[in-house]
Design a protein around this ligand. Structure first.
Ligand code: ADP
Ligand code: MG
Length: 393
């Protein structure tokens, strides 16, 4: 759904980066895990020129190639990701734009590593080498805030952290035992406040350590709330949000002007197709919910990039929650994470295809085909009914 991300190639045929400043699509190929190495797994992804990824595996006659704003190979470290993806989000936020970073991909592809990573701090307070985007973003954000406060702007940063599981929204930072049954309601507020979640707790952070404490607390809740402990986190989306409020007294009038910008860091549920092998019960519900939200997210992005009149924000909890952070002047970055090895080739192909612009065309073809089949079915049903009627009369 990244019509804008993969710039389809200009007249010269050379890959062009995103044509839109508002949506960027990146790919990150993780290194093989020690288990994959021990099993002798074959690599199947190559990065060409920093923007192109080539997938070649035994199951396809020709390699699959796709181009993005940037492709990070297995050697790319956390600091490099931050410099390319995170730093810009901080600047956007300071300039008053809402901004979001999503990580997408199958379970085990590196989403949580990319967005959260290792949040432990060294004795000297230094970030861990494997620290992910969130803490790096907030460390920079608070550095920038400190600079600006010297010029008399007053900042307040309010954080919230929630989880969308089976189309229900829950507060990962709520006091224990206060979680609302059935999930929190999302309301479309006034023009000033935008979308709001009823009862979602907000926590003021004055530095990156405060943010780290909130991330750790919320992430722990994500696990303890689970019946199937380590699985639930990959079946739900988590959204860490900071509302950055800047108050500045106007020199002439003395009137205080207040600006708001939202920053979201979103760890999406695993995109693997769980439903394909006849899942039932809880698994099927999960699969349907994930499918609904990821598909809606794709449709929202497509509608925005194609400037369609109707944008289906309300079709899933996730997109409704993020309504004001998608579209308009908001800045969105999507990092598609993929495993490097051949045994994940099918899922990697599906990830790359979903975020690649060609899919938008494919999707439309599929929708048309679907509509045609439904019409045919309706016609057939009509005939059958008519035949039945004739037989019975
Ligand atoms: P996901 O959240 O997509 O399910 P994880 O982020 O948990 O996947 O990654 C799976 C494992 O691979 C973790 O142990 C993680 O530390 C490791 N990993 C993922 N990406 C990288 C990377 N770029 N470099 C090193 N290790 C990684
Ligand atoms: Mg994860």
């Amino acid at each position: 759904w990244a019509a804008v991300g993969a710039g389809g190639g200009g007249a010269s045929g050379a890959p062009t980066p995103s044509s839109s400043d508002n949506i960027r699509v990146y790919v990150r190929v993780r290194p093989p895990s020690s288990r994959e190495e021990a099993n002798g797994a074959q690599p199947c992804l190559d990065v060409l020129g920093g923007q192109t990824v080539v997938l070649s595996d035994a199951s396809r006659p020709d390699p699959f190639t796709a181009t993005f704003d940037r492709v990070f190979g297995p050697e790319a470290g956390q600091e490099e990701l931050f410099a390319a993806v995170g730093a810009q989000m901080v600047e956007n936020c300071m300039a008053g734009f809402n901004s979001s970073i999503f990580v997408y991909g199958q379970t085990g592809a590196g989403k949580t590593h990319t967005i959260t990573g290792d949040v432990a701090r060294g004795e000297d307070g230094a970030l861990a080498e494997q620290c992910g985007l969130t803490l790096r973003v907030f460390r920079q954000l608070f550095d920038r805030i400190t600079d600006e406060e010297r010029d008399g702007v007053r900042y307040t940063v309010k954080c919230s952290y929630c989880e969308v599981y089976n189309e229900e929204l829950s507060d990962l930072l709520a006091a224990p035992g206060t979680r609302a049954a059935g999930g929190l309601a999302i309301r479309e507020g006034d023009a000033h406040r935008g979308v709001c979640v009823e009862g979602l707790t907000e926590h003021v952070a004055v530095n990156a350590d405060d943010v780290m404490a909130l991330v750790q607390r919320g992430s722990a809740n994500r696990h303890t709330a689970a019946t199937r402990m380590n699985e639930r986190s990959s079946r739900s989306h988590s959204v860490f949000t900071a509302v950055v409020e800047a108050a500045e007294a106007q020199p002439d009038s003395g009137v205080t002007q207040v600006r708001f910008a939202k920053l979201n860091l979103i760890d999406l549920a695993g995109s693997e197709r769980v439903g394909k092998s006849g899942a039932t019960g809880e698994q099927l519900t999960e699969a349907k919910s994930i499918n609904k939200s990821l598909t809606t997210l794709g449709r929202v992005v497509t509608a925005l990039t194609e400037r369609q009149q109707h944008v289906p924000y309300r079709d899933s909890r996730l997109t409704f929650l993020l309504k004001e952070s998608l579209g308009g002047n908001s800045k969105t970055s999507l990092v598609a994470c993929v495993s490097p090895c051949e045994d994940s080739a099918q899922e990697s192909h599906s990830t790359l295809a979903v975020v690649n612009q060609d899919t938008v065309g494919d999707l439309r073809a599929l929708q048309l085909e679907n509509a045609r089949l439904q019409r045919e079915l309706a016609k057939k049903e009509g005939t059958v009914t008519a035949e039945l009627r004739a037989a019975l009369s």
